[in-house]
Every structure is written in structure tokens, then in C-alpha cells.
Design a protein around this ligand. Structure first.
Ligand SMILES: [Zn+2]
Length: 270
């Protein structure tokens, strides 16, 4: 992984951003122990001073399924677009477990961080699911250490499921135990893009969405903006619902794989 390069470029972006307003420039003098400028430190967020590292390299990430309610279940974490790439320890800590949950989560790594939750008084635990490799299975790890490789274990399309809890446990977790992982990344160097779910609000509750990330059922903002959202919506109305798939969309709007890569590169800068 070219982690150093990616992070270096995000610092450069931040520096540019910090020059845009006086307020940002003033606060930009504070740096984390990772050396990152953090002009948007939020004192009301009890987790922002933990300075967690992101589980994936780079500064811009795509959430394919967000934390919170989704049809049929509560999603305990975030699903990140990640196809067989390195995953990193979010914080210094201890590996509590690394095994295989089969169809429920595939290969997993459980990290007990050194951070104590201010509410529960328990060590905050992060879980990495659907991995293809586990580089570390026990013992101590340091923040930003490579601990495994994302994958598709557990019968899913490739993605990283990352979740966080303050209940001090890693199985039998309920909604009340979970914390939105995004809260740990208030820094402007981390930005999220959300893919557009295929089904509209009125479909929720009638359509069962799998835990799986199905690439055919998600339409990237980079592609939608390219053709125009109105045209995208009109196209969906003209065809049968089960034909609303990414491959059909690309064919209709004559977007080659190469064009798709180019659009995403331009849109996300990575
Ligand atoms: Zn998930």
C-alpha cells in the first residue's frame, strides 16, 4: 500500500484548506501525534481527541452501507468499499480475537483499543469483518499497523465492515452497545462519499436488503452526476425494477469500464 503517499497528499490538501479562512488557519497549528493538522477539532465530541487512524489507507472513503437502521435490521457499523486492500489498526490496543464467523461475518479481527469510553468506563472495541487475510491474530498492535486484508469472506461482495462498541464485548452486541464509527473521524482529512441505494424510501420495509454489498444494486454519485440525476431517475422509470442494475445503466448511457474508472478518479481524486 502506498499509504505514505496518500497521507502526504491529504496533508497537502488540508494545508490548502486551512488557508481559506482565518478561523481554520488559527486552529491549524494544533497537530495530532500522527502529525496531521486538525482544524476542525470538536470539543463536544468525546472521541475526537482519541485521534484514531482510519482502517483503510487514504483520506476519501466510500460508504456502501451506513451505520444505523436499514430495511430488516440495525446495521451495527459501516460498510466501506474495500476490495482486497490492507486494513489498519485504528488505535493502539490488543487483538482480542481473530477467527471465522462463517456466513455471519467471515474472517474477523477484534481489536480492543487502549481508549476507555467516557460513558461506559470500558475499553472501546473495534471489529473488522469479511477479511481475506488476518496478519495479526493476537497480542499488541500499534495504531496504523497493518493487521489484515479486506475481502469477501462470509459470502459477501468485497467490502470492509467496521464497527465500534463500548460494551466491552464482541459478540451478542445490540444496537445500544454500538457507536457510529464515523464519530471517531471528525477530522477534515477524512471524507465520506455515500453510494446511492437502488431503492427509494417507499421501498424500504418491503425489500429485504442483504448484509452483502451488491455492486449491481448501487449507483455511484460519480456516474449519476455524469449522466445527470434527472436522466438517471427517468431511466429507472422506463424499465422493470429488476432490470435496474449497474451493468444495464452503464450500457444504456454508454459508460465503458474505462470511462467509469476515469469518472471516479475525477470525482474522488483517488
Ligand atoms: Zn456491514
Amino acid at each position: 500500500m502506498k499509504k505514505t503517499l496518500l497521507l502526504a497528499s491529504s496533508v497537502a490538501l488540508l494545508f490548502t484548506g486551512a488557508l481559506q479562512t482565518t478561523a481554520l488557519a488559527v486552529n491549524a497549528s494544533s497537530e495530532s501525534h500522527s502529525g496531521f493538522v486538525n482544524p476542525q477539532f470538536d470539543p463536544s465530541n468525546p472521541y475526537s481527541n482519541f485521534w484514531w487512524g482510519f482502517p483503510l489507507a487514504g483520506s476519501q472513503h466510500t460508504i456502501t452501507s451506513d451505520y444505523g437502521n436499514r430495511p430488516g435490521e440495525f446495521h451495527k457499523g459501516i460498510d466501506l468499499r474495500a476490495k482486497f486492500i490492507n486494513v489498519y489498526a485504528a488505535q493502539n490496543g490488543t487483538i482480542l480475537g481473530a477467527g471465522n464467523w462463517g456466513s455471519n461475518g467471515g474472517l474477523y479481527i477484534i481489536l480492543q483499543t487502549d481508549n476507555t469510553d467516557p460513558d461506559s468506563g470500558k475499553k472501546i472495541i473495534a471489529r473488522y469483518l469479511h477479511l481475506s487475510e488476518q496478519n495479526v491474530k493476537s497480542g499488541r498492535v500499534t495504531k496504523d499497523q497493518i493487521i489484515g486484508v479486506s475481502g469477501n469472506s462470509g459470502g459477501v461482495d468485497p467490502h470492509l465492515h467496521f464497527d465500534v462498541n463500548n460494551a466491552g464485548k464482541y459478540t451478542g452486541l445490540t444496537q445500544a452497545d454500538m457507536i457510529d464509527p464515523k464519530i471517531f473521524y471528525p477530522y477534515p482529512r477524512i471524507t465520506f462519499t455515500y453510494l446511492n441505494a437502488l431503492f427509494s424510501a417507499e421501498d424500504v420495509g418491503t425489500y429485504e436488503v442483504d448484509e452483502d454489498e451488491n455492486d449491481e444494486l448501487f449507483f455511484d454519485n460519480a456516474l449519476i452526476d455524469f449522466v445527470g440525476r434527472d436522466k438517471f431517475e427517468n431511466w429507472k422509470k422506463t424499465i422493470e425494477k429488476d432490470e435496474v442494475k449497474l451493468s444495464n445503466f452503464k450500457e444504456y448511457f454508454e459508460i465503458s469500464n474505462e470511462k467509469e474508472r476515469e469518472l471516479k478518479l475525477n470525482y474522488y481524486g483517488i
